[in-house]
Design a protein around this ligand. Structure first.
Ligand SMILES: [Zn+2]
Length: 332
């Protein structure tokens, strides 16, 4: 009994030691677990966002015709966009200017800025270009005629109009600035890279409010086409990779991995966010349709096929609720 008891005790002791060694890694370091818990981000909630309303906002822009600077449709569409932002109780600044295009045409442009809760310092900047391209240079025909630009222009603006509408429903405690930049696309292949993005270049050098800044910026460009893929864009990763990862994680939380591709894309050119990063010093990302596998924009890019037929509500929903969730998270 004595020996057995002693053996039992030894075995028990051995089991305890083995268990301490085997289980110790997890049991003895509660602080490590706590740290792990801290860095684990809570899944974001799905915000209300209407792709029906967004689709109608694209249709409305297209109904004006091509929104090419120095045309009647451009003036009318610009007035509509400013009035729409005002109707959602945003403070609106219409920043008018004259800029010189690649072919020396003087363009009368207007950046349209909608400001939600101007009194707050905690702010997020959302932007898209509202002008449409005067050429269809990638088309087989009518190459010198303007395109409808339902996707390349219309889709980003429409999502931001819907977010403006949602601010009045949700009333989040964060400042939101929505900027529709003009003259992003008024240049053909004879121009240089600096001839793109004339509206955002002007704004970055002439901020609508002295000392204006925001925590981060999100640019939407070609965000409404069916089965669109958004790779992690080169300049976004260069200037604001933390925000790219944040937005892509939110998209994953909401189940939109089929659109938000985790692969980085190569340099695809200059877009409005480059000047917002470089001149206005606001870390900004670009959600832009670009397929990392085929290394190309959509087939309808800069053609007459960029019309309502390419627009898909599922894509608008995925991008819209992801961006809106990112804004609401920043306000928590
Ligand atoms: Zn374009």
């Amino acid at each position: 009994m004595e020996r057995l008891g002693s053996l039992k005790a030894r075995i028990l002791g051995l089991i305890i030691i083995v268990c301490l060694i085997a289980c110790g890694g997890e049991e003895k370091s509660p602080s490590k677990n706590q740290n792990k818990r801290k860095v684990e981000r809570k899944k974001v909630e799905r915000p209300n966002f209407s792709s029906d309303s967004t689709y109608a906002f694209i249709q409305k822009q297209v109904d004006f015709g091509p929104r090419v600077p120095n045309t009647k449709a451009h003036v009318e569409a610009g007035n509509y966009l400013a009035a729409k932002l005002k109707s959602y109780q945003l403070e609106v600044i219409e920043q008018e200017a004259q800029v010189v295009a690649f072919d020396n045409t003087k363009l009368n442009i207007k950046n349209i800025i909608g400001i939600y809760k101007p009194e707050l310092n905690n702010r997020v900047l959302l932007f898209a270009h509202w002008d449409s391209r005067p050429f269809a240079d990638n088309d087989d025909e009518r190459q010198r005629e303007p395109i409808m630009a339902a996707n390349d222009g219309g889709s980003g603006v429409a999502i931001l109009l819907e977010i403006a509408r949602q601010t009045q429903i949700v009333k989040p405690n964060i400042g939101v600035d929505i900027i529709f930049f003009d003259a992003e696309d008024y240049v053909d292949n004879s121009g240089s890279i600096e001839d793109y993005c004339l509206g955002s270049q002007y704004w970055a050098k002439n901020l609508h409010k002295e000392g204006y800044t925001a925590n981060f910026g999100i640019l939407l460009d070609m965000v409404g086409a069916k089965n669109a893929l958004f790779g992690k864009e080169f300049n976004s990763m260069k200037y604001a990779s933390a925000y790219v990862n944040l937005v892509w994680n939110i998209a994953a939380d909401l189940g939109h991995q089929q659109h938000f591709d985790p692969r980085p894309t190569r340099h695809v050119g200059i877009d409005d966010h480059v000047y917002v990063n470089e001149i206005a010093n606001i870390p900004s990302i670009d959600i832009i349709q670009y397929d990392p596998a085929t290394r190309s924009f959509a087939p309808h890019w800069h053609t007459h096929d960029d019309n309502m037929d390419v627009i898909d509500k599922a894509t608008l929903q995925a991008v819209g609720e992801t961006v809106w969730a990112a804004v609401l998270e920043e306000g928590k």
